[in-house]
Design a protein around this ligand. Structure first.
Ligand SMILES: CC(C)(COP(=O)(O)OP(=O)(O)OC[C@H]1O[C@@H](n2cnc3c(N)ncnc32)[C@H](O)[C@@H]1OP(=O)(O)O)[C@@H](O)C(=O)NCCC(=O)NCCS
Length: 395
């Protein structure tokens, strides 16, 4: 039986990192070890675990201490990443054991949520995770935004390299964290990854000195494509200012692609905009984010509708138990419930789907993630109405 232990600093290079090139990169590659040493600083505060046997690293998994907004409340979230098992040690349960240990460790340090990009969603569903909506990519020719150029807007857009605008960019992300359900905010040591290649421009939309939108992007050549990252804004004016800025790239680039939220409708941005908006879920190359609650405390004091019901969580070592969810005060009060009374039976993935707002109680039943009567479904629907989580803040 292998042992699990925590590794930090450059010990990671001799342990966890030895598994990364084979699991995640093109291989064999003679430069792999050198490349890994250069990314060590971006792992600085990660909680990295390894499974080892006789000094040999067999498997690894890590968690990035991140923050996420759940229905208006900002809480600590464990961003799980770098999960890999030596090819000769696979299918022996190492990954499953490491995940369980990571969950316990991250909960002990106050992380109430966890997210990850899955290689195989059903494996993580058993571990309590539910899929969140994918962001979309909107692709269009800048000519389609030309009508916006004639509109006088009360604001301006400044333009700089990401190195110069990094603090402004991070400050804006931090503001969105407080405002948008699902938004994530990574620690500084990880966010700094964008500065290492310094291959991004930053457009900042402001009104009366207040930032209302940001977009990082790069251009792959004259007559080529402008590759935008996440289109981030606090209001419609912020978005309009950024779109006006993009419109100014007509005759410079042939196409623009930007990442937008799942409920964004780019076809409404301008009357004549020919645009393709798409999301492609594929495993392991383009997986939707999955998320879960690590503790019932994640629901405590979350703003809600006026429902009240009991639930029982099954098959999950962290959440198993009976609870009363009471939203009659406008925020959720979570208490331990007794044996009596009607209740929903939910897996951790079913509860996570309701909490993140991606599943209605009827969807939970249809997905086999719970058993819910019509009465209890109505209460749960009032308590945790569907909402679109913005899986933004990737960094
Ligand atoms: C994914 C990976 C970490 C799994 O590690 P592992 O130690 O073999 O995982 P476990 O033994 O705990 O198996 C966990 C479950 O994953 C699934 N699984 C593991 N390998 C699988 C495979 N090759 N094909 C399909 N399912 C697989 C199974 O459901 C398995 O459960 P089971 O054994 O009850 O069927 C490993 O295959 C790997 O390093 N892959 C390349 C990198 C990667 O994809 N990382 C994951 C990023 S989220």
């Amino acid at each position: 039986m292998s042992d699990i232990r925590h590794v930090s600093g450059d010990e990671r290079l001799r342990t966890a990192f030895t598994l990364y090139p084979y699991a995640f990169d093109e291989s064999p590659s003679p430069d792999a070890a050198e490349g890994l040493a250069s990314i060590l600083p971006f792992h600085e505060g990660n909680h990295t675990l390894i499974a080892e046997d006789g000094g040999r690293t067999l498997a690894t998994a890590a968690a990035i201490p991140t923050h996420q907004n759940l229905r208006g409340i900002v809480m600590r979230m464990a961003g799980i990443a770098w999960v890999a098992t030596h090819p000769a040690a696979r299918r022996q349960g190492h990954c499953r054991r490491l995940m369980r240990q990571l969950h316990r460790d991250m909960l002990d340090t106050g992380h109430l949520l966890a997210t990850l990009y899955p290689f195989h969603p059903s494996f993580y569903e058993q571990l309590g995770y539910v899929g969140l909506p994918l962001n979309r990519t909107a692709t269009f020719a800048p000519e389609g935004l030309a009508p916006l150029l004639g509109v006088e807007l009360p604001g301006d857009v400044s333009w700089q390299g990401i190195q110069d605008g990094f603090e402004v960019y991070r400050a804006f992300q931090r503001r969105l964290l407080a405002q948008r359900h699902g938004f994530m905010f990574t620690p500084d040591y990880r966010a700094a990854r964008i500065l290492a290649p310094a291959d991004r421009w930053l457009a900042v939309a402001s009104v009366d000195g207040e930032v209302v939108g940001v977009l990082t992007y790069r251009i792959d050549g004259y007559g080529g494509r402008l590759h935008g990252d996440e289109l981030l804004y606090t209001n419609g004016l912020g978005r309009a200012l950024l779109l006006q800025f993009l419109a100014q790239h007509v005759h410079q680039v042939a196409q623009i692609a930007v990442t937008v939220a799942p409920d964004e409708h780019p076809e409404t941005w301008a009357g004549s905009l020919a645009v393709r908006t798409e999301a492609r879920a594929a495993f392991p190359t383009s997986p939707p984010l999955m998320g879960r609650l690590l503790s019932m405390d994640a629901l405590r004091d979350v703003p809600c509708g006026s429902g009240r019901t009991q639930i029982e969580i099954v098959e999950d070592e962290l959440l198993a138990g009976r609870y009363l969810l009471d939203g009659t005060r406008g925020t959720i009060d979570v208490t331990v419930a007794g044996q009596a009374g009607e209740r929903a039976t939910l897996t951790a993935a079913g509860l996570s789907g309701l909490a993140y707002g991606v599943l209605d109680p009827a969807d939970v039943v249809a997905r086999g993630l719970g058993d819910i009567s019509d009465n209890v479904a109505a209460e749960l629907r009032a308590l945790l109405p569907r909402r679109t989580p913005y899986a933004f803040g990737k960094g």
